[in-house]
Write a protein that binds this ligand. Structure first.
Ligand SMILES: Nc1ncnc2c1ncn2[C@@H]1O[C@H](COP(=O)(O)OP(=O)(O)O)[C@@H](O)[C@H]1O
Ligand SMILES: [Mg+2]
Length: 320
């Protein structure tokens, strides 16, 4: 079974997507193990970068509907209504990031997915002509799932299990949106660990407390207090552990103004603000001048080793 980690923070623009992409690459490179990236943000920034990495001239528009994670979620709902097991061909959906060093695969979400059979045109140019109202992004799909949350919260762990049966990923990274919906709640429950990137201003540090307590609250709601808590615990396992906070996009010698509770684990490495980091992500690559992600990946792996195999409580790292 893969180690599942999500990268999250309720604040947008703190480096979640950039960190997911860079860390997946660095961790795969360092460990020579396979990593899967799953984009859970309806804005699809990670998917755009990954698709570019897969094929430089390609955009999300060029994906067939059946190649998207939207299709997987859509089919889960529709097959469930009929009591059927959805037949997925993950070989069509999961693709390799080719322009980066490690063995990183991704599961793309799309802004342009049209529910089957609404989209009968397989050709991208023809699909452009179709009714835009039929497009259903991840936000539309999560709205549908929200109608029956006790059931649909189990879709994501079921999908991940199907993937794990076919592929031997060592790590699965989830890039979370800065919001709380049925998919993020599901990923909070199914993950083993999480990482919180922040930028060193006061506001984002306040949001971190709220974020961490929300994750605990959701675990309690489903895995402790719910009448079916026993079943949810079977599916989701233990509550996720905060692996650590790390600061992103620090420019120059500016010091962090972020104030956190003493007991939050924190990584020493601070990711620098570099145009090369942002530009290369846009091209689906990682920059050689990576702002510190290689160093951060080493720290994360050390911490993971300690938690997974050391059996001791992690040391608390001093503030950067
Ligand atoms: N280390 C960095 N240096 C410079 N720009 C960065 C860096 N990390 C992220 N960015 C840019 O900041 C913006 C927000 O980053 P992103 O990773 O998308 O954040 P989030 O996923 O939290 O919304 C993007 O435009 C991205 O290119
Ligand atoms: Mg993002």
């Amino acid at each position: 079974m893969a180690v599942k980690l999500f990268v999250g923070n309720y604040k947008g623009g703190v480096g979640k997507t950039t960190s997911s992409f860079y860390l997946a690459n660095e961790i795969s490179g360092l460990t020579e193990k396979k990593v899967l990236l799953i984009d859970l943000d309806p804005q699809c920034s990670l998917s755009e970068a990954c698709v570019r990495s897969y094929n430089d001239g390609m955009t999300l528009y060029d994906l067939d509907d059946m190649e998207t994670f939207n299709y997987v979620l859509d089919m889960m709902g529709r097959c469930n209504q009929l009591g059927l097991l959805p037949p997925f061909d993950f070989g069509k959906i999961i693709k390799p990031c080719k322009s980066i060093l490690g063995q990183v695969d991704f599961c793309p979400v799309s802004l342009y997915y049209k529910t089957v059979p609404a989209s009968t045109a397989r050709d991208a140019d023809m699909r452009r002509e179709e009714d835009l109202d039929a497009e259903i992004g991840l936000d539309g799909l999560t709205d549908q799932m929200q109608k029956d949350p006790d059931k649909t919260i189990l879709y994501l762990p079921q999908i991940v299990r199907m993937i794990e049966k076919e592929y031997d990923y060592e790590y699965i990274f989830f890039d979370c949106p800065p919001s709380n919906n049925i998919l993020t709640r599901s990923v909070f429950l199914l993950s083993d660990y999480y990482l919180i990137p922040y930028i060193g201003d006061y506001v984002s540090s306040e949001g971190v407390d709220h974020y961490i307590s929300t994750i605990s609250r959701i675990y309690r709601t489903y895995c402790i207090k719910h009448p079916d808590a026993y079943l949810y615990r079977l599916f989701f396992g233990e509550r996720p552990e905060l692996l650590g906070l790390f600061e992103c996009m620090r420019s120059g010698n500016r010091n962090s103004r972020a104030i956190f509770r003493e007991d939050y684990p924190r990584f020493h490495t601070v990711i620098k603000s570099l145009v090369a980091v942002a530009d290369s992500l846009g091209m689906g690559r990682t920059s050689y001048n990576d702002g510190g992600y290689a160093q951060l990946a080493i720290e994360i792996l050390e911490e993971l080793n300690k938690r997974r195999f050391g059996g001791t409580e992690p040391e608390l790292l001093p503030a950067p």
